[in-house]
Ligand binder design. Sequence first.
Ligand SMILES: NC(=O)c1ccc[n+]([C@@H]2O[C@H](COP(=O)([O-])OP(=O)(O)OC[C@H]3O[C@@H](n4cnc5c(N)ncnc54)[C@H](O)[C@@H]3O)[C@@H](O)[C@H]2O)c1
Ligand SMILES: O=P(O)(O)OC[C@@H](O)[C@@H](O)[C@H](O)[C@H](O)CO
Length: 492
Amino acid sequence: MTQGLGRSSVPAGTLIGASAPDRTGIVHLGLGNFHRAHGAVYTAQAMAAAGGDWGIRGFAHSSDRVVAPMRAQDNLYSILQLTEGGTKAGVVDVHRDTGVAAHDPAAVVAAIADPAHRIVSLTVSEVGYTRDPATGRLALDHPEVAADLVAGSTPRTAMGMIARGLELRAASGAPVAVLSCDNLQSNGDVTRAVVEEFLNAAGVNDDVLSFVSSSVSFPNAMVDRIVPKTTAEHSQRVEDLLGVTDRCPVPAEDFSMWVLEDDFAGGRPAWDLAGATFSTELEAYEMVKLRLLNGSHSLIAYLGVLAGAPTIDTAWGLDFVREAVLGGIAEDYLPTFTPPTGFDADAYVSELDARWRNPLIGHATTQVGSDGSVKLLQRIPDAALFHLRRGRIPHRLALCTAAWIACVAPPAGFDPDPLAERIAEPARERLAETVDGAVTVSDHVRRIMTGGFFPAALADQDVFTARVAELLTLITRDGVRTAAADVAAASR
Ligand SMILES: NC(=O)c1ccc[n+]([C@@H]2O[C@H](COP(=O)([O-])OP(=O)(O)OC[C@H]3O[C@@H](n4cnc5c(N)ncnc54)[C@H](O)[C@@H]3O)[C@@H](O)[C@H]2O)c1
Ligand SMILES: O=P(O)(O)OC[C@@H](O)[C@@H](O)[C@H](O)[C@H](O)CO
């Protein structure tokens, strides 16, 4: 039997960056695959370049799926880099302690309050920000948020834990940065707003509010690396390459990008020496990433699921998907923002093509399509409104919305490909209640568009709702290819 990965069995020459010292300087919430292949790697490489006591104390939210194997492996794990030229594996050694927030939320609050920690980073997914989809503000009626606001309660939501941790930290006055690494537009600003809304709703004293406003920074950041879920094949490949068994390896493409605002109230690792970019053009970088990559990713995922394609590369191999996505980039997304200085759209799109085509990544369309009720808010409404306010219909954004509905809230009598049932969608039940009794596809779509799943400004755009209904009718009656063809014809 092969030896398990652990401190005494790291194969020579495979360490990525430097091992962290025992002291931890970063608390990370959301110990999943993305953080382990992105922020953790930059931190290991920054310490290799410039030292620093930036060990990471990582918390998963509710499951010990990652934490249990990491603990059994001295908190080590490997990255399996999925390049078309061949795979390679390396070991990351920056986590000094790992735990599950739901098992011990008080430990998370105490870690955030501890002045030794100068950064609190997050990859808690879009759902973890507990925002109202229609207003973008903290969802005060969310049952877990309401419970967290009760005085003396132990918080269960990520935002509640951060707010309560900062409330305690105010006593020391120690500055800290809260760094969102999730795919949200203006993710730092959003995090500050939601945390401050929580503190206000909790009725904390003015000293706490003034500490948060003066000594806690919330830098915006754009994060990019495609990191799929781990499969048994990935684990076997790591074993073949390293000669040890890793129970929680992370597969990832070799491309990686991180652009941040340099606003770290308590200092930061030398991430710039590890390849991160510090920039003042964050909004522009976020637009490029969230619209061209993530918005297109959603369209590939939902069209792919409806066509029975299990992975992004197989969906991207379908002509009608490529045509819809490339048309969407050119007509629906690129005109909606000013890109960063020196941005080359053709080069970016051809790089996306290579990334989506990579068959080794095996990114499930159902994974990318998960949590659409929260993710599409970053990817559709603002871009759609840009066009609608100028009298144009963004056909591919309507197609993406229709395809999402077809997958997670199909109209009566329509059975999408069985893959659709595997899409995790937190709003599935609420969507079903909303459309219950709808007599036509138009009524079905109107109820969803006006049901609090999208901002009111988009819900008010009858022309968009009508186009989504037309496309959903085509998907359900004639199939997804016909709907995509209708979009292509309408855009000519
Ligand atoms: N995987 C990628 O390719 C990728 C790329 C860029 C950005 N991201 C960002 O990272 C996030 C996580 O992706 P991942 O691949 O690590 O997923 P994952 O499933 O491996 O991990 C998700 C993490 O989020 C936490 N989480 C889930 N629901 C939560 C909730 N309601 N409250 C608090 N925490 C919660 C879980 O504990 C887990 O640690 C994405 O949602 C996205 O915002 C991912
Ligand atoms: O990670 P999510 O769930 O926000 O979105 C799914 C994918 O679009 C996303 O993970 C991309 O792969 C990633 O954003 C690439 O950097």
